[in-house]
Write a protein that binds this ligand. Sequence first.
Ligand code: ZN
Length: 198
Amino acid sequence: MFVGPELDRLIALLAKLPGLGPRSARRAALALIQKREALLQPLAAALEAAAAAIRPCSVCGNLDSTDPCGTCADDRRDRSVICVVESVGDLWALERAGAHRGLYHVLGGTLSAIGGRGPEDLTIQQLLRRVAGGGVSEVILALGATVDGQATAHLVADRLRPLGVAVTRLAHGVPVGGELGYLDDGTLAAALKARRPA
Ligand code: ZN
């Protein structure tokens, strides 16, 4: 490029963000430079503050500027139910949905034969220690309905079984208004398997 090494570097870094390719990164960089006081300088300060303050929670793996995180420290939450998620993004999605009032545990991924991720790469041991510490009556496995997500759910359920805690998983949904004939087999089979008393 012809813009100087600083701007080149900014564009290259922006292009690594999810959802931004090189083209959008150039547009974003230009917008930042043109709005130096309104955008560029506050963003630089916000990035610096976030980099200095945000850490993974040592209990659940959520990201926050306090440890334990705000969710773990919130005594209005039901501490007897832990919802296991793959990523912090999934935790945030469940929080936005407001569907879970218990605690969380972030696994840090799923098992992946292709990605070379085994059980030791996830925070399964930390989860087992939390449950073994007592006071937990149910663990909800809120993992994706992918092959890797389901393999991970099986493994975590197996490891939890000796601890005598109830293990549940999401009913992989028949979408509201969805007709059964239009569902793929995997979804339908999973929905049937996760059936509840009517
Ligand atoms: Zn936490």
